[in-house]
Design a protein around this ligand. Structure first.
Ligand code: MBD
Ligand code: FE
Length: 281
């Protein structure tokens, strides 16, 4: 269970796009007004649903024990990032002109190994999966290269497991922080991840089964791309034609985020180019 309950405090405070609630004065009236409005409206929506659907005591008791169990399973990060984060991301980045972002999800870990502009992600000998050469350039919205931009990448392996959230994987497997070259270019050698299935043995899995949904996310690479003086982008990239690209349980696919890899020239795996455009701060 401890693999599911890592906290995300460091990334939340390190991301300049994320409002830092710790700087808010809790005695501030505007803060109080905001909490009052948000929580009151959330509760009113729940009250309406209870009346509209004539929710029974049996259903209320089931909800209560399910909510308690989500915490005991350490699945609140998973639940929130799968079913709520996409709308927070949509609102947060409405005004952006550069590349699209999407949700961070529950499996980011800051501080992955630093790698040069051309590098392979840390991986095991004989790491399974189709080799993927992922290259591109980081520029600003005027097309000027961002020398030394940071391209942080994390992903599941070919079995759909993330290091530090599944047992038996090397600590930083398929996680790295690449520094782009003087022209903002990078070339990262990795393997194509598998589609990801939400754990079916916990509370989120029970919800999915009870509601008759499926538990899948399409195969994806996670990225954080940043450069001094520019807005950090948290994003994910998907693979055209892959399973669940059009029915992601986490609603985090955007058309701009779907890659079209081609066979590599040397016949070993696939390659793809994807450029990132960062807004100014
Ligand atoms: C993932 O790998 C993920 O990216 C999200 C958003 C939710 C669950 C698992
Ligand atoms: Fe993921």
């Amino acid at each position: 269970e401890r693999f599911r309950s890592r906290q995300r405090t460091e990334s939340a405070t390190a991301d300049p796009n994320t409002a830092d609630p710790s700087t808010a004065d809790t005695t501030d009236t505007s803060h109080t007004t905001r909490v009052n409005a948000l929580v009151s409206e959330l509760l009113a929506a729940a009250h309406d649903i209870i009346r509209h659907h004539q929710v029974t005591y049996a259903e209320y008791d089931a909800l209560k024990s399910w909510l308690i169990q989500v915490g005991e399973d350490g699945e609140w990060p998973l639940f929130l990032d799968v079913w709520l984060e996409h709308v927070v991301e949509e609102v947060a980045h409405e005004s952006r002109r550069g590349s699209k972002g999407t949700i961070e999800g529950p499996y980011y870990v800051p501080g992955s190994p630093l790698l040069p502009a051309t590098a392979a992600l840390p991986m095991r000998d004989g790491e399974q999966g189709t080799p993927l050469a992922f290259q591109g350039q980081v520029t600003d919205v005027d097309g000027a290269p961002l020398a030394g931009a940071s391209v942080e990448i994390w992903q599941a392996d070919a079995d759909g497991y993330y290091s530090q959230f599944a047992p038996g994987l090397p600590e930083w497997n398929l996680r790295g922080t690449v520094t782009a070259d003087d022209e903002g270019r990078f070339r990262i050698h990795t393997v194509e991840p598998a589609p990801y299935r939400i754990p079916t043995d916990g509370s989120c899995g029970r919800l999915i089964t009870a509601a008759g949904w499926h538990a899948w996310r399409p195969a994806h690479l996670h990225l954080k791309v940043s450069a001094p003086g520019h807005r950090l982008i948290t994003t994910q990239l998907y693979f055209r034609g892959g399973e669940h690209v059009s029915d992601d349980i986490a609603s985090a696919v955007k058309p701009e985020l779907v890659l079209d890899p081609v066979p590599a020239a040397d016949g070993d795996g696939r390659r793809v180019t994807y450029d990132f455009v960062l807004d100014k701060l």
